[in-house]
Design a protein around this ligand. Sequence first.
Ligand code: AMP
Length: 464
Amino acid sequence: MHAAVTFAFWLPTRYTYPNTAPTYGAQPKTRSSFAFLVNCQDYCVCPQCDLIWRTRKEIYLSFDNLGLSPRLLEAVAAMGYTSPTPIQRDAIPMVIEGRDVVGCAQTGTGKTAAFVLPLMQRIEAKPGGPRALVVTPTRELAGQIEEVALQVAKHTKHRVAVVYGGVGYEPQIKALKRGVDVLVATPGRLLDLMERKVANLSNVEILVLDEADRMLDMGFWPQVRKIIATIPPERQNLLFSATMSSDVMRVVSSTLHDPVRVEVAPAATPIEMIDQRVYPVGGQQKSQLLVHLIKEQNLDRVIVFTRTKHRADRVAKVLHQAGIRSAAIHGDRSQSQRQSALDNLKSGRCRVLVATDVVARGIDIDDVSHVVNYDLPNTPDDYVHRIGRTARAGKSGTAVSLLAPEEHETLRDIETKVGAVLDTHDAEGFDYSHARLVPNPERLAARSVRTVYSSSRGRGRRRR
Ligand code: AMP
């Protein structure tokens, strides 16, 4: 009891720790470090406060104290995770406690495990499922969630199935008929299967809405509402969204019961790990510069973002002609084409994936070394999402933006969003034969973006 009270003392006040004592399982190491912490608190003027601090950090950074059962801890260890990410640390205890959770976190923060691990602890593996339903906007995300759920299920013996459009019905129908505990689905195909009376959601106890903001953006909300209407209202709801706009909150507020909000600063951590570079270039020379950079710097595992599907195809073609193995993925590509492009990048068969924003936002590929903004994105938020494809799970990465003269305004908005002036670079050995516009070098000396741009932005607003 004393231990539990002491532990609560060290947690930031905004946490409501589960009423039940944390599960330690067979973790004597943690038990002893925990005891050490108690001792130190007992003697609060501790001559070794450095040690106290380290012990506290250990407790924060361990999965052992989140309330996960020994089986789930086994799964965590098998997945190779040694310490929880912030969203996992915050969300897992709340989900285990049975609370509704609103998680504001983007892909790359470890959010999938943040809901998969505790939900699999809460639901029983037994006939009559699914007991947990995860609704997510894209097939790629559904596949990634399934992958994590299957890894955990090896230890918990839950049955996991995934249903999404663009592929045949038969295997999915068979999987549902065999019985499923955790169902991962995109909205359209799930509704389809419900209408065919193959999917029955009347025993769902936990509903996860993943990437709620994107489902809203992509116009899926009417379908999601229909799905929600068939699930028993006394369920637990978990909602994850990269952004928590008032639109999202408006549409989901009636679904949630007294939710706990957990949040990781959107992209703040990844951005610090990313070397963000701007290469000013004439618009006509972008493809040449891209080829030059990839070859010159011997880049591998690159994702190149373009504004349109057409440009994605064109860039992939140029790269191909230059002898750089690449593939394009966008909304016009079939599911199998998209999947094989992703597999090829993962396996190293291709070096570059050229993608549009809609498809690429949820892609989870480890070790992407470079993200290239062939075109700057339409919104600063998209920039943050794009560059978040690199520097995953604590690694570093590089984001390169090819800056055409007409994109300077967009760059300003991005710099304001990320709170930094991005470094401008020249590509060594590249023949800049077309006119380009290099951003004012003085802005590099400025310490704050606000100082650099506030006057011109202010004038712009007044004119309107
Ligand atoms: P997600 O945000 O769920 O797409 O996760 C992004 C990446 O982080 C995936 O490649 C996960 O395997 C990895 N990941 C998730 N949780 C952890 C963790 N606790 N430690 C290390 N890597 C993790």
